[in-house]
Design a protein. Structure first.
Lengths: 186, 759
């Protein structure tokens, strides 16, 4: 398996006013750890799970690893997707599909390497999509009708033209945090 | 005041800090040595030099506070060095206080980049006070105060010159003392010179850099594994792969060696600790240190520094008794604390031994019950050794009063946790009234271990070879029907637990696939190969049943996230030669999880095996005898006793000599003609070696019993066939006495027959 980051898709043809789609500038070994472009613009990496698009703030992302086949860990907590070899270390991955109650997907997946309490962990997604620049004006916090599980995982959403980009909070997806909250709830 | 004014200064300051810390460490060692050798000029010179060097550089760097304190110390040290004062306990305590203060200021500079605002007046006054003791001492001619920040030692002449006294002297004896022997300074310079040349052949390396090198080497090992696997089939690559293999192994060894440091690095702190503590606690303690040159990886050394310090404190506080108590118990008032480091295979053993009161097992038992740590019934079942282990439980302390030193109940469990975290073990041995030994067993190597790769249900796992005792291969049965021959996996069940009979001993089994997927039935299928890895984890022996075995590999242990470590059976992960990820199994945890105990049966079997070994060893021992000038050997195991009897005791049945022991007739074998040699002299003593031969006993008459020695096998030249009837004893070919060749007494058989008929 390779640990070379995947190229992000180039810009699309139609460009709605409030967002712009920027391709990665550098040959993608590492994502630019940018901060907010301006007071009201935020850069978000979008990831695809099934039909849906989710967003992760670019600030927490260390790297993107493509075409990964994690090694399953017997007896591990169910949200653990497995282990992958990453930069000489062994990376623990978290399965977003499991967290969202979706069926596991066969075949390889992409991994977002995120900062963690213990160093880093990997978030398993179907595929990593473009980096989007969104405006904080379009931000909506979690609606109250959201179920407990989703409320715990989602950190609001950005309104896109015709769709919603649900935001994920990397700190809440950290395996340490997940295991602690599991222990607390059980 | 912040003397730092730019990055160039930072570098200088950093160097200064490191050198000064080292100098102070040296000074500390010298000071504690000085207490036992107050006249040692080399020590005094060394101490003086440390402070003088610090003072010199401080002037240059502008650390005023440091300069003032160092100066005060230097005055006192100057007097000591010149022999005008003799170091006594108060002086040394004062100097240690000086050292602590200097350390404090240096630490302040390191962390806050300023010297701090402490008040040193009391210390400076104390140091001045010490320079003028009330006891009759030669009136010290006050040496000229040092001018400038010159780091070189002053010449003898300037010290001799009496100058105006900068420090007030009490009105003492008017005797004008001669200045100290000046010759001591000259040789001083030479040792300093030789020391620097030794220093030139070493290099100070940043620990981070070493760690990085270690990681890179780890990566190289993994890549080498992969290359070896990938090129195994290609004949052109074998030579290259082998070379790569050798170079990698060499490099790895070198990097690991670079990280090794002698334990003296931590042992050297102990004299001070022991001194201070024994003063505080009112004990008299002698510290003995052994094996200081034993080396250990730097990070492991760091990890055991605290546990060791705590163990020492414990020994002084709870182990060694106050002198009065010791004397009442018939012991010398001075207690001994011994620190010993040694190598044992792939481990370093560090022992802390005291000759104190030992650990009161009953007190521990009672305390544990009182604290609710164990039930009364369980407590009754525990052996003494197991009770001692209780002191490692968190929150355990039998100290009646929690002293400032130890007894807070947080000690021993932290010791164990810290040691186990680095893969080590802690053992404790105690004899009431005699003393206690704490033993730390630390692995030499980190991170790269030899492992066996096993498979369970298509997934590979790594088994550390350190725990692997044996491998048993149970081939599949042809017809799928299990039969009772030894080659089949015959499992015996005892109270629901599967056991396997291995050479007569029962081995508890753990099925890896069932362990990993608890709901699944263990596949004991006899239609495929089964493998049992016989593991031994701290005396817990069991067999791990797996589906397949792969080659052994040297693996680099990669840490697992704590979330996965909590599962309990994995101690890490690694990347295999075929680039797959494999989890590393932890035999100790698996044994615990499976509830495998150090079973009594095993213990008995173990003892029996040991006894057997001893017997086997004895089998190789011979009694060397001499009969009429010729040497012969008898298996020591067959010798029952040696009789020394007067010739008159020997009786004859026909022509056969026998000895009569209360109705038991012992035929005597006398091919050496021993009896004939003393014929006619009834008082002459003859030596008869009474031996066992099967069910009977025979006596061998000898002139002398020479020795007991181990025999060696002899082979006929050019063959591997052992020659019977001879053995190599003490470098000489020696014939073995053939006990079975001694014909039985004719009268005996009929006697027994008669006897049985008479029944």
């Amino acid at each position: 398996m390779s640990s070379i980051a995947t190229e992000v898709a180039p810009r699309t043809t139609t460009t709605p006013e409030s967002i712009s789609q920027t391709p990665l500038r550098a040959p993608a070994r590492r994502l630019r750890k940018g901060t907010e472009v301006s007071a009201s613009l935020v850069e978000v990496c979008s990831v695809r799970l099934g039909e849906n698009l989710y967003g992760v703030p670019i600030t927490h992302i260390l790297e993107i690893v493509g075409a990964a086949r994690p090694q399953p860990v017997p007896l591990a907590p169910p949200f653990v997707g497995g282990l992958v070899s990453y930069r000489g270390d062994v990376l623990t991955t978290v399965s977003l599909r499991h967290l969202l109650g979706m069926e596991p997907k066969p075949g390889s997946q992409d991994i977002l390497v995120l900062e963690s309490v213990e160093g880093c962990y990997g978030l398993l997604v179907d595929s990593v999509s473009e980096v989007l620049t969104v405006s904080s004006a379009d931000f909506e916090s979690n609606p109250s009708i959201l179920d407990q599980r989703r409320k715990a995982l989602f950190a609001g959403a950005y309104k896109l033209k015709g769709s919603l980009l649900v935001m994920l909070d990397p700190e809440r997806l950290d395996p340490i945090h997940l295991s602690a909250s599991q222990a607390a709830s059980s | 005041m912040n003397p730092l004014n730019g990055s160039k200064m930072d570098e200088l300051t950093r160097e200064f800090l490191i050198e000064s810390q080292e100098g102070l460490d040296r000074m500390e060692r010298c000071l504690t040595d000085l207490e036992t050798n107050p006249q040692d000029t080399a020590l005094l010179a060394e101490i003086f030099r440390s402070v003088h060097t610090i003072k010199g550089t401080t002037g240059f760097l502008g650390f005023k506070r440091l300069e003032k304190v160092a100066h005060a110390g230097e005055n006192l040290l100057g007097l000591l060095r010149d022999g005008k004062l003799t170091a006594n306990r108060q002086i040394i305590t004062g100097l240690l206080q000086l050292l602590d203060r200097l350390r404090l200021i240096l630490k302040c500079i390191e962390t806050e980049e300023s010297e701090g605002d402490g008040d040193d007046q009391t210390l400076i006054a104390r140091l001045a006070e010490l320079q003028a003791p009330a006891a009759p001492q030669p009136q010290p001619a006050r040496a000229e105060p040092r001018t400038g920040a010159s780091a070189s030692a002053s010449t003898p002449s300037s010290i001799a010159a009496p100058e105006s006294q900068a420090i007030p002297q009490p009105a003492g004896s008017a005797a004008s003392a001669q200045p100290a022997p000046q010759t001591s300074l000259e040789p001083e310079l030479d040792p300093a010179r030789t020391r620097s040349t030794a220093a030139e052949s070493t290099l100070r390396v940043d620990v981070t850099l070493l760690n990085r090198m270690m990681n890179l080497v780890g990566e190289l090992v993994l890549t080498r594994n992969q290359v070896l696997q990938a090129t195994a089939a290609d004949p052109k690559m074998t030579l290259l792969s082998r070379r790569l293999d050798m170079v990698t192994a060499d490099l790895r060894e070198s990097v690991m060696k670079a990280r090794m440091q002698p334990v003296s690095n931590i042992f050297s702190k102990m004299p001070r600790i022991v001194r201070d503590l024994s003063q505080t606690l009112g004990r008299i303690v002698r510290l003995q240190v052994e094996g200081q040159e034993t080396e250990l990886d730097k990070s492991l050394l760091e990890a055991i520094k605290d546990p060791l310090t705590h163990a020492v404190r414990n020994s002084l506080d709870h182990g060694i008794e106050p002198p009065a108590v010791r004397q009442a118990a018939g012991k010398a008032p001075e207690g001994t604390l011994k620190l010993r480091a040694s190598h044992e295979g792939s481990h370093v053993i560090i022992e802390v031994t005291d000759d104190g009161a030992g650990i009161d097992v009953e007190k521990i038992r009672a305390k544990a019950i009182e604290r609710g740590m164990i039930t009364v019934e369980r407590a009754a079942h525990l052996s003494e050794r197991e009770i001692l282990q209780l002191i490692f439980l968190p929150g355990f302390s039998t100290a009646a009063a929690v002293t400032n030193v130890s007894g807070r109940g947080v000690g021993m469990d932290v010791v164990r946790t810290n040691v186990e975290r680095i893969g080590g073990k802690v053992e404790i041995d105690s004899q009431p009234g005699r003393g206690t030994t704490l033993r730390l067993r630390i692995p030499l190597t980190l991170a790269i271990i030899p492992a066996l790769i096993v498979r369970s249900r298509t997934q590979s796992f790594a088994l550390p070879q350190g725990s692997l005792f044996e491998l048993v291969h149970i081939p599949r049965s042809e017809d799928g029907v299990p039969d009772s021959s030894e080659s089949r996996l015959t499992i015996e069940w005892m109270e629901g637990a599967p056991l396997y009979r291995l050479r007569g001993k029962l081995l508890p089994l753990v099925f890896l696939d069932r362990l990993l997927s608890p709901g699944v039935d263990a596949s004991v299928a006899n239609d495929r190969d089964n493998f049992i890895a016989v593991l031994d984890a701290d005396g817990r022996r069991f067999g791990l049943v797996v589906d397949g075995l792969a080659d052994p590999e040297e693996i680099v242990v990669k840490p697992l996230s704590s979330v996965l470590k909590d599962i309990g059976i994995f101690s890490g992960a690694t990347v295999l030669g075929n680039a797959d990820l494999a989890l590393i199994l932890d035999p100790g945890s698996i044994a615990l999880k499976a509830g495998i105990d150090i079973s009594k049966e095993d213990k008995n079997a173990l003892e029996a095996a040991e006894a057997e070994e001893e017997f086997d060893a004895m089998r190789n021992q011979f009694l060397l005898v001499e009969a009429a000038g010729r040497r012969a050997a008898v298996h020591l195991a067959d010798v029952l006793r040696i009789e020394n009897v007067p010739l008159s005791r020997v009786e004859y049945i026909g022509y056969r000599p026998v000895l009569n022991f209360e109705g038991q007739l012992l035929p005597i074998e006398d091919s050496g003609g021993v009896l004939a040699a003393v014929e006619g002299n009834p008082e002459a003593k003859i030596i008869v070696v009474v031996c066992r031969d099967g069910q009977r006993q025979v006596g061998i008459a000898v002139s002398q019993v020479l020795d007991v020695a181990a025999g060696g096998d002899l082979f006929e030249a050019g063959t591997t066939v052992r020659t019977v009837g001879v053995t190599l004893l003490k470098e000489r070919v020696t014939g073995m006495v053939d006990l079975s060749g001694v014909s039985p007494l004719p009268a005996e058989e009929s006697a027994t027959a008669e006897f049985s008929h008479a029944e």
